[in-house]
Design a protein around this ligand. Structure first.
Ligand code: ADP
Ligand code: ZN
Length: 729
């Protein structure tokens, strides 16, 4: 039972305001429970907060203001509170910011709201018309179900006044019902498939874990198409059967549609959805129903981790290696790691699914901290694609062409056989650089230290850092020469032009996140392609992630070397994952697939590892190197970014921090920098980076807090601490 505070009792309330501490209030009329969501006065404003505990006291009681009201929402559970506290400590985030993450429900503060619904009544109409018959037929078709006025009118294909007329005569009954309806019941049922022995074995390991009702994490590794999804859906079924809630995290909204269809086929109804593509009304419903235990399964993006589950039994992190699980602004957290934290607090199981796990998860499984199950073969006839490199040094490509003759021939063969080809290039837009042929000037963003990327489809130049756009100028902004600006290098749009020129009769489809106005449009495009609606698909990394294209038998990687440049410690790992992932798109059904990797350095160890298919060997080699260097996952890291409109100030503070490193040295940690960040200016703010490295077991967060606490930060300076950084821009 939650602790209850009587009316007038002194309580502390944690608001989502950036105050860094809880505030004292008096409990309202009727009292309130620990964890209750409340509205409290703060200065002249009313703000939302959570009852955090007993008040601190120590001042004149008559001055303490009262809670205005308790909101219509189930109180926050003590375990959720512990999760927010621990996650805040881990990411060095103030609790108020964690509370904000946990209260991001539209309309949380609104009064309970009702809506009017319509169902079949008992009356007889004075006379029948066609329109009236349609309404009754629509209601009869769906048995006892009720609908809103708009829904019913649309279903029947009549105007709302027809429905209203029937209400007057009692043929249709009108009633009030809560706006947020529970989600339909999901039936754990059975898998529609006969699982293979390997799949059964994997599923039973996961379901046994669930039976313990305690925490555990399992890495579910298997090549694309081996049935990972099918296997973890078995675990979801077992979790639902046990009466506990389940959460499936997906890295990409575009993937949810396909997944929802599968859930519906498996469990008989759609689950709750939580991501940026969901309407406010649906989100509000999802949040409430999750809190009341009336949503058994949630499918969502990383922020779904902060939903108020009542009894969470299972978290699946699909494509667990995906970088989009790391939130790169605001609260810097990695959803995969926070999933493990939340599960360890609530006694839930975590399944990390991937064909190409992160080195972090691989190392945890290797060390026995995580369980591990492996699916070694593709389901049914499908075999792994054949992988080959195309040595670009031996191909003579004219300038402004990127598709080698070898690759073009392979595409032609596929077109003749009625099969699909995918050309993969991880660059959005038309061309990454626009240069002036007269003076060599490259068009950059006014606010950032970054080049602007031409997007011909949008007819604009776009900064991929800040999103700023401008029209393509006629004259060079530097030397004013006319008509001398030229694109350099390829983006997917430009590759599209080359493909159309090479294969004039082929149906070409370019898939890039920026070419579709909405997740729905992207989904529609993907479905059309899956149905065979294109001969050649040109795509950025959105096509690498888990879509099923049954007619696809050839993958051509335009630039396999792209990710190997740069000093990112995960460059090799990322390239390996992306190349394996995208190659895995080829040959999923009954036809074998081929992946061709265009490379100027085919002897590079990473390219060789990709081709050999010996994944364990790659991970072992990569692990050995990281261990030697003492970097994650065998050491700890924190990235510090200071930013300010004032370039002098940002370097001064950076130097002052580096000089006062005693708290870090005490735990054996080292600080590197300050140095100008690779992107030295974003949105007009100059950026400086420091990097802190420590041993694996070192109490890094405490030391970091002490360290930055020594220095008073000027008000226009921003400091961001990124624990376990994934990006270093
Ligand atoms: P992964 O998640 O590893 O990519 P999926 O679970 O999506 O693999 O399975 C790939 C395809 O094979 C899907 O279309 C799935 O429905 C099908 N499949 C997997 N296992 C079986 C099975 N035992 N029987 C029939 N079809 C299966
Ligand atoms: Zn910019």
């Amino acid at each position: 039972m939650l602790q209850h505070f009587e009316e007038g009792a002194l309580i502390s309330v944690m608001t989502a305001q950036p105050l860094d501490r809880a505030l004292d209030y008096k409990a309202p009329e009727g009292g309130c429970f620990l964890g209750a969501f409340v509205e409290v006065p703060l200065g002249p404003r009313k703000v939302l907060g959570v009852v955090w505990g007993k008040g601190e006291g120590g001042y004149e009681l008559s001055k303490v203001r009262s809670v205005i009201r308790v909101l219509d929402a189930a109180p926050m559970q003590p375990k959720m509170r512990d999760f927010l506290i621990r996650a805040g400590e881990y990411t060095l985030t103030p609790l108020s910011a964690m509370v904000r993450l946990a209260t991001r429900s539209p309309g949380l503060g609104d009064p309970p709201s009702m809506r009017t619904i319509y169902r079949l009544g008992t009356g007889e109409p004075d006379r029948w018309t066609d329109a009236r018959r349609k309404v009754v037929a629509a209601l009869e078709e769906y048995g006892g179900l009720a609908f809103t006025l708009k829904e019913l009118a649309e279903m029947a294909g009549v105007s709302t006044s027809v429905v209203k007329g029937l209400v007057k005569q009692g043929v249709v009954a009108e009633e009030a019902s809560p706006r947020d309806l529970p989600y339909p019941h999901l039936d754990p049922g059975q898998s529609p498939f006969d699982l293979t022995d390997e799949q059964k074995e994997a599923a039973s390991v996961l379901t046994k874990g669930l039976e313990t009702k305690t925490y555990g994490t399992t890495l579910l590794k298997g090549v694309t198409g081996s049935g990972k999804t099918e296997v973890y859906l078995e675990a979801v079924g077992a979790c639902l059967a046990a009466g506990r809630q389940a959460l499936v995290l997906l890295p990409e909204i575009a993937l949810t549609a396909e997944f929802l269809t599968r859930v519906e086929a498996r469990f008989g109804a759609k689950p709750a959805e939580w991501h940026s593509g969901v309407t406010m009304t649906e989100r509000r419903r999802a949040w409430k129903m999750v809190a009341e235990g009336h949503a058994q399964l949630v499918v969502g993006a990383r922020s779904a981790l902060f939903l108020p589950f009542q009894d969470l039994g299972l978290i699946v992190v699909d494509e667990e290696h995906d970088t989009s699980y790391k939130q790169e602004d605001g609260v810097l957290y990695n959803a995969r790691d926070m999933a493990v934290l939340r599960a360890s607090i609530t006694g839930a199981q975590v399944v990390l699914a991937s064909a190409t796990p992160s080195l972090e998860s691989w190392a945890n499984a290797d060390a026995g901290k995580y369980g591990r199950v492996t699916l070694t073969s593709r389901f049914g006839e499908a075999v792994m694609p054949t992988l080959k490199a195309i040595d670009m040094r031996a191909e003579s490509l004219p300038s402004n062409r990127w598709i080698s003759d070898t690759l073009a021939r392979a595409v032609t063969q596929r077109i003749e056989a009625g099969e699909q080809s995918l050309l993969f290039l991880n660059r959005r837009g038309y061309a990454p650089i626009t240069i002036c042929r007269a003076c060599g000037h490259q068009i950059g963003c006014d606010q950032c230290d970054a080049r602007m990327v031409e997007h011909r489809f949008l007819k604009r130049l776009v900064c991929h850092q800040c999103g700023e756009t401008k029209p393509m100028p006629q004259t060079c902004p530097s030397c004013e020469a006319e008509d001398r600006l030229a694109p350099v290098g390829p983006g997917v749009e430009r590759l599209g032009e080359e493909v159309t020129a090479l294969f004039p009769d082929a149906r070409v489809s370019v898939l890039s996140s920026d070419l579709f106005g909405s997740a729905r449009a992207l989904k529609a495009a993907i479905e059309e392609i899956a149905d065979g609606g294109a001969d050649i698909i040109i795509g950025t990394q959105i096509v690498a992630k888990g879509h099923n294209f049954p007619h696809l038998t050839l993958v051509g990687v335009i630039d396999a070397d792209l990710g190997l440049q740069g000093s990112d410690l995960r460059a090799a790992e990322r390239t390996f994952q992306l190349m394996r992932q995208v190659s895995g798109r080829a040959g999923r059904a009954d036809k074998p697939g081929t992946a061709l990797l265009q490379s100027y350095q085919p002897a590079h160890p990473v390219i060789q590892a990709i081709l050999s298919g010996d994944e364990e060997e790659f991970w072992r080699a990569e692990a050995a190197e990281r261990r030697m260097a003492g970097v994650p996952p065998y050491g700890r890291m924190a990235g510090i970014v200071l930013s300010s409109p004032d370039v002098q100030e940002v370097f001064d503070i950076g130097k002052a921090l580096a000089a006062r490193d005693a708290p870090l040295r005490k735990i054996g940690a080292q600080v590197f920098g300050p140095a100008a960040a690779p992107i030295a200016r974003i949105r007009g703010r100059h950026r400086v980076r420091l990097l802190v490295k420590a041993d694996k077991g070192a109490p890094l967060q405490q030391a970091l807090a002490q360290w930055v606490g020594q220095i008073r930060m000027p008000s226009n300076l921003r400091l961001a601490i990124d624990i376990d950084p994934q990006s270093f821009y």
